[in-house]
Design a protein around this ligand. Structure first.
Ligand code: ASP
Length: 259
């Protein structure tokens, strides 16, 4: 089996015209760094699970993407992060939602999975669990980036809540097509899928959610079967887009079922 990893940095389009050479280079370098992190693990015979964990960890560390540092703002100007991971070999899965102080939500999700008692922990309970597991806790300031702040201010001024990170699709049942809220700073939810030399699959997804979302809103990213799914018999999936749609369709599991 030839090991392979694929990563994504979020839904939406970015026009070449809106991107300077320097910005384009920054994205390419960031994605190379992310891919190499996952590939290095796979090349040494490591597991798909470790490869997707490392790739999403690196994406969370990079302020260019809407996960970990660089996450979008809620309507109240705070940050609430969601993440999940799934092992296609065993169907073990872990997720955290609505966490406000975890530096790397994907590591929280991984610990939840390894602990094995539960699949999804939310809010304070998830943060306490992660802290007890030795994961790094940060203050809200850590997630701040100027670009995200400007994006949130613009969403507030335009009175559009619940914007998809880069394309600003409405979260309503009938999405309204609108212009990108900030086409110059495309940054999105992140994810990775991999197959290792043993033929095992894994998937991981991490996000700050939607710009100007209501406090307490949880999207598809931490929901196994909606924004993330992996099964050795079928496929590994990490979704990005308007979460409410993926939740209604159970998109990731649906792809698996179709496979
Ligand atoms: N799916 C994410 C959410 O709804 C957003 C995204 O993919 O950009 O939280």
């Amino acid at each position: 089996m030839i090991p392979v990893i694929a990563v994504h940095g979020g839904a939406g389009t970015i026009t070449r015209a809106a991107l300077s050479d320097e910005q384009e280079r920054a994205y390419h370098e960031a994605l190379d760094h992310v891919l190499h992190g996952g590939q290095a693990i796979l090349e040494k015979g490591g597991s798909a699970l470790d490869a997707v964990t490392e790739a999403v960890f690196r994406l969370e560390e990079c302020p260019l993407f809407n996960a970990g540092k660089g996450s979008v703002f809620t309507h109240d100007g705070t940050h609430e992060l969601d993440a999940s991971i799934m092992d296609g070999r065993t169907l073990a899965a872990g997720a955290v939602a609505c966490v406000k102080s975890l530096r790397n939500p994907v590591l929280g999700a991984r610990r939840v999975m390894e602990d094995g008692r539960h699949v999804l922990l939310v809010g304070e309970g998830a943060e306490a669990f992660a802290a007890a597991a030795g994961l790094e806790i940060v203050s809200d300031d850590y997630y701040f980036t100027e670009a995200r702040y400007a994006q949130w201010q613009r969403a507030l001024a335009e009175g559009r809540d619940g914007l998809l990170d880069h394309d600003a699709q409405s979260l309503l049942a009938t999405p309204v097509a609108v212009e990108p809220i900030d086409p110059e700073t495309k940054m999105g939810t992140v994810g990775a899928v991999a197959i290792d030399a043993q033929g095992n699959l894994a998937a991981a997804t991490s996000t700050g959610g939607m710009t100007d979302k209501r406090v307490g809103r949880v999207g598809d990213s931490p929901l196994i079967g909606a924004g993330c799914y992996a099964n050795n018999r079928t496929v590994a999936v990490s979704c990005t887009g308007s979460g409410e749609m993926f939740m209604r369709m159970l998109a990731a599991y649906d792809v698996s079922a179709l496979m």
